[in-house]
Design a protein around this ligand. Sequence first.
Ligand SMILES: [Ca+2]
Ligand SMILES: [Ca+2]
Length: 275
Amino acid sequence: MKKRSSISMLFLTMMLSCATANPITAAASNNQQSDATLDQQEADVNGDGQTDLVILTGEKENPQDLWNSRLHIVVKDGKTGKSTELKADGNQDLSGYDPGLFLGDFTGDQAAEIMVSADTGGSGGVVNHVIVDWKSGQRIIFGEKQNAGMQIEGFFRDGFTAQLTSQAIGKSFAIHVKEQMKDYIGQLFDQQGKYTGPVEEQAQILSDPFGLLTPIDVDGDGVFELEGTQNVWGPAHVNGLTDVTSVWAYKQGSWIPVRAHYTVEMPLIEQTNGK
Ligand SMILES: [Ca+2]
Ligand SMILES: [Ca+2]
């Protein structure tokens, strides 16, 4: 997989579902005249022991354009030579800058899954990630819902504190945010750190979807996990509060978070003065 530039600021949180992915239907490839080959990799994706060729194609309005629309996966079966095409994210069109492929086994069945990543070019560098289990009926096992990751929500409270909850794991934690909130003293907090903002607005803090999402075999069992970092922000998107990094493993049809940590920027000069 191609390395991408570091991504820390994304937008909007989305609901995460660990439910089984939608079955989707592969269509015969018969309309590739305008498609450009954007990446190609080799691996056994159908589990027959033969190496297959996986090609990522997309459409460019102009050949020199960096933006690619209608990303498609084409698999050339290493045994039969037959090509099968699939929209990279099933029923919707996946688009983006600098799209790339990664082939690796996330499910533990010895056949590689097909991971497609594409920068959306949106605020802060949202990256779409799709993982297709080709062997098991071309199922999308990681898509927009899974890309919401830890789904952090939260609100501010006294003591320059951000009270955060991960909807994905149902756990809460608090971080000290005086440094990040210093522009809001007099608006959301008084000088002593007492919260003075609106109380009716509960979800003042949200997390972005994953940006960079890296396949990594964290436990050395030969099956890839995913590691990614999400920006947690509030009350506005420019106000990054913390970055949450989590590792996810695909177990029995669901992505399970196996570990997570957060980082907070250290104030270098000012003494914190929260309660
Ligand atoms: Ca697999
Ligand atoms: Ca592993």
